[in-house]
Design a protein around this ligand. Structure first.
Ligand code: ZN
Length: 146
């Protein structure tokens, strides 16, 4: 894992005890999963808050509580003598009434582990597709957030 190897030599030279790469990678994975759980809980709570506010205001569309959302997505590009699309983009949906995040998603065209030949079941794969279109990304996230 690049994070581990980027800091390991400096820490060893400074005499700082260093955990094994396996322990480091397991810890990174655990923290990532914990963050993901926390984020999903907070987004679910925000969704309930938006729904409750819509019901209190009597805002319905065909019998379903209707909310207003702010949606954006980004995929970084560079055009300095050559064009370049980053391998990763992000999409986000925010509830207007609460101002809270209802959905956030990252879209990746690249997986380092895949490129290194690590089988899908042996790594937490973040590759989600091959498109770098912001509009496609927004559409994907709205569809997944329903
Ligand atoms: Zn992968």
């Amino acid at each position: 894992m690049p994070y581990f190897y980027a800091n390991h030599p400096r820490l060893v030279l400074q005499g700082v005890p260093v955990m094994s790469s396996k322990n480091f990678n397991d810890t990174v994975k655990s923290i990532g999963l914990w963050w993901q759980e926390q984020l999903q809980d907070l987004m679910a709570q925000a969704g309930e808050e938006e729904k409750r506010q819509a019901e209190e205001c009597g805002d319905y569309h065909h019998g379903v509580p209707a909310i207003t959302v702010i949606v954006d997505a980004g995929w970084s590009k560079r055009s300095d003598r050559h064009s370049y699309n980053a391998k990763s983009g992000v999409g986000i949906i925010i509830g207007q009434a609460s101002g809270k995040i209802l959905h956030i998603g990252v879209h990746n065209k690249y997986s380092t582990a895949h490129t290194q030949g690590v089988p899908q079941e042996k790594h937490m794969c973040l590759k989600t597709g091959t498109s770098s279109s912001e509009w496609r990304l927004i559409g994907d996230h709205i569809h997944r957030a329903r």
